[in-house]
Ligand binder design. Structure first.
Ligand code: MOS
Length: 744
């Protein structure tokens, strides 16, 4: 029975929308306290070498400047004496700002100027004189490809390359149809609108409150305690709103370290915010070199898949992703071989960026599949259907659910794929060539452990909380929906709190796992409150629920109702009043049901269809239409879900056509470190995007049946666009972004 308090699956508008558009929502750099100091970071100008001299006297002479921290005068921190890795750190030894005179990458923070005003700090920073002894650097992945190595320690949560099946080399040699090519992807930077900042409030001796831009308040809390030796109880990290992060906020960034260090040393409150240019001085999506070899029978049946990737990492950490395994999980093939290697460059360690590994690996695989389609004369969609896999052969497990066939069908129908003329350069409109391309997407459906707390008061108001983040994904909204529906309360009665290290334990927001992870925790804790309410309701004089079990009732419209006869009910408020209970409080910890989940491979899938129009004379490309059909389990909120996928598709457009962090190899530095020169899609680049959610029921993946949607939208999208560009022009560009110079 539908009731007024059914919220799951409804297109509820963001509960935090008003706060965001009115400016009531505050971000890390917007908190002000009395006597606040400002820190400005000085970045290294060289990529590798030693600081031979650092002269702060000019800066210190300026009125209003309190201190200039460098490696020469920085305070001792607990961290400098022992190893500490944050929750997300890859294997290796994390970069320690101001540790010594060594420069490990261009843009490395080498000093923090602290002043009474931001402008004074910024000006003073320009007066810090630095002399270097320059050592040769390598920042070009291609230069290091021969020295690439298999990482000795596998990064937590990242599978190593899947074991080989059959004999891929031999099968490839014997295949009737073969395609082999190298695909190149550049370094990319996340570029969220909000820049990284920390406001550290010095509360009293050894106690701090920190407003930080982060995807994990508790990760930053543990980090600050770990590196400075604070007691965890004395570090309170607050991050209720995040202006985009896309992975760049998974690890504590150096501004947090510098702000914490300065506050502790000066026993003052301080704000350190980075500039847009400095947003290019930490983690990024690694550049990759990928080789994909596909062998097939004349009818298109895949007989061999080989996928080899080399990705950049820093000199100090082995950052890893799953780039190649998708190629063994998506299509049916008995002869496969995968390798994944790292090459150390003199840059900062890469960090997860929206669908890390999947965005890169699936670009290469899905481009190669398109090339194989042309080589074998089979329609690209037909080729994928022909090689459809009913199980994940990497893990030798069935999928918990996989409605990819339906994605292909509905996506193709909506797009009009059947009207496609398969010949390249065969479709045009005036001076523009029209191209239609498609690709598949796949992303893991993770669930982690999370706690949640629920407090219901006798006035029917419910507060649910968990330390998780909402980096713009809609977490506040979907958690509010789950809680309101579970306890049958009007949505306005429910408040969801997050982004605060003092709230119940929760992992960083990443990997598209928050809906499943925190959602399951919210459901469980609200059910626990429901159990208590139910007991109270049974005890009400003459209760119609007296003989019922918990499974016999449902919560709706502020009532506890008999499922068999909804007219029989007890009001929630009445039950609490009668039992003389003012507040019901529950806290639970929810872990994935491993025994139920592990026999299955759990993934979200998608089919992306793209139309491009390419000006024949100028080579300019417009992505005029994208249809993305997604199988992402149960959709909690079609509005926020659609926005997530649409955002991913827009990024796919950027990946295909715009984004590239250009390195001047002489300086070893990213040169286009601003919004004018680092191109991302703007409104004029984005035309029709249609998102379809195909129905997918999954009772294994988690109790809610949801799969994350934050990342699936970008996976495969760049390939669909690149494939459309080939169809339009007959020109295959295998190094992204496809800029017009590569087409002409
Ligand atoms: Mo995501 S790239 O795990 O924030």
């Amino acid at each position: 029975m539908a009731t007024a308090t059914n919220y799951i699956g409804q297109p509820t508008s963001r509960v935090d929308g008003r706060a965001k558009v009115t400016g009531e929502a505050k971000y890390a750099a917007e908190y002000n306290v009395p006597n606040l100091l400002y820190g400005y970071v000085v970045s290294s100008e060289i990529a590798k070498g030693k600081i031979t001299k650092i002269d702060s006297s000019g800066a210190l002479a300026l009125p209003g400047v309190l201190q200039v921290f460098t490696h020469e005068n920085r305070p001792r921190t607990a961290w400098f004496d022992r190893s500490y890795r944050d929750e997300i750190a890859p294997p290796g030894s994390p970069f320690r700002p101001l540790y010594d005179d060594k420069v490990l990458y261009s843009g490395q923070p080498i000093a923090l100027v602290v002043a009474e005003e931001f402008e004074i700090a910024r000006y003073a920073a320009s007066l810090v004189r630095v002399e270097y002894e320059i050592e040769p650097h390598v920042t070009d992945l291609n230069e290091r490809r021969e020295e690439a190595y298999e990482p000795p320690e596998v990064r937590s949560g990242i599978p190593p390359p899947a074991k080989p099946r059959g004999n891929a080399g031999k099968a490839f040699e014997r295949a009737a149809v073969r395609h082999e090519a190298e695909y190149l992807l550049p370094t990319e930077h996340h570029n969220p609108m909000e820049m990284f900042a920390s406001t550290v409030v010095w509360e009293s001796d050894d106690k701090i409150t920190v407003y930080d831009k982060t995807q994990g308040a508790q990760n930053c809390q543990t980090y600050l305690a770990g590196v400075f030796g604070f007691s965890k109880d004395d570090v309170h990290v607050i991050s209720p709103f995040v202006g985009g992060a896309f992975g760049s906020g998974l690890r504590p960034q150096y501004h947090l370290f510098l702000a914490g260090m300065a506050a502790r040393e000066l026993k003052r409150s301080i704000k350190v915010s980075l500039t847009r240019q400095q947003m290019f001085t930490f983690g990024h999506r690694p550049s990759t070199i990928q080789n994909v070899a596909l062998g097939a029978a004349a009818n298109g049946t895949l007989e061999a898949i080989m996928h080899d990737a080399i990705a950049e990492t820093s000199q100090f950490e082995d950052y890893q992703e799953n780039v190649v395994n998708w190629s063994g999980a998506l299509y049916k093939c008995d002869n496969t071989k995968f390798t994944y290697k790292l090459a150390q460059l003199d840059t900062y360690t890469p960090i997860d960026m929206r669908a890390p590994g999947g965005a890169e690996g699936m670009y290469a695989l899905e481009s190669a599949m398109d090339e194989l389609a042309y080589t074998s004369g089979i329609d690209p969609l037909e080729l994928r259907l022909k090689n459809y896999s009913e199980k994940d052969q990497n893990e030798d497990k069935p999928f918990s659910s996989k409605e990819l066939r339906e994605c292909y069908r509905q996506g193709a129908e909506k797009f009009g794929w059947s009207k496609r003329n398969s010949q390249p350069r065969s479709m045009r409109e005036g001076t523009e060539l029209i191209g239609w391309g498609m690709a598949t997407g796949i992303w893991e459906a993770y669930q982690q452990t999370s706690s949640a707390k629920a407090v219901l008061s006798v006035d029917g108001k419910l507060t649910v909380s968990s330390a998780t983040a909402d980096i713009g994904t809609g977490t506040y909204t979907i958690m509010t929906q789950i809680a309101a529906e579970t306890l049958g309360l009007p949505i306005d009665n429910v408040i969801f709190k997050l982004g605060d290290s003092s709230l119940p334990q929760s992992p960083v927001q990443g990997g598209s796992w928050t809906a499943a992870t925190v959602g399951s925790a919210v459901k469980e804790v609200c059910d626990a409150v429901g159990q208590k309410l139910f007991k109270l309701a049974r005890d009400v004089d003459g209760s119609p629920l007296a003989g019922a079990k918990f499974a016999d009732v449902t919560f709706a419209d502020k009532q506890i109702r008999l499922k068999s006869d909804p007219a029989q009910s007890v009001s929630i408020i009445e039950a609490m009043r009668h039992g003389d209970v003012n507040v019901i409080e529950e806290e639970t910890t929810t872990s994935p049901e491993t025994a139920k989940q592990s026999p299955y491979s759990r993934h979200a899938h998608s089919a992306i269809f793209a139309e491009v129009k390419v000006d024949e004379d100028f080579g300019t490309i417009r992505v005029t239409r994208v249809v993305d059909a997604v199988a992402g389990g149960r959709i909690l909120n079609p509005k926020t879900a659609r926005s997530q996928v649409m955002g991913g598709v827009v990024w796919g457009i950027g990946m295909a056509l715009h984004e590239e962090s250009v390195v001047d190899q002489n300086f070893g530095r990213f040169m286009n470190h601003n919004y004018a020169e680092y191109h991302v899609p703007v409104n004029a680049d984005v035309h029709e995007i249609e998102v379809i959610f195909v129905e997918e029921h999954d009772e294994i993946v988690n109790p809610l049946g949801v799969k994350g949607l934050g990342e699936i939208g970008i996976v495969g999208t760049a390939a669909a666009i690149a494939n459309a560009v080939y169809h339009a022009t007959g020109k295959r560009v295998r190094d992204l972004p496809i800029t017009l110079d590569k087409l002409l």
